[in-house]
Design a protein around this ligand. Sequence first.
Ligand SMILES: [Zn+2]
Length: 94
Amino acid sequence: MRTSAKEAIQAGQKYYFTGIPCVNGHISKRFATNRNCVMCDHQRKEKKRKQLKTNTKPTKVYRIVEFAPSILRKKVKKFRRVRPEIISDRRVVV
Ligand SMILES: [Zn+2]
């Protein structure tokens, strides 16, 4: 295991290990690409996953469909004009 991000990238490795604790006190390997602590990253993902499970707040799209369908229709119309190639792949039905 390399001890610096630069060395790890040069050696084609994904991680490196400094032995120095991160801001949250984990002594674990770090990603060579963004220098983030692997444990922190894992915890962030876990937290996000739990939030998504318990989050009952409607999404932006849902709110638009529910309360302002005319706005959504306008948005889709504009989107069709600007990015027609995407609409042809994934059909948007309003
Ligand atoms: Zn950490």
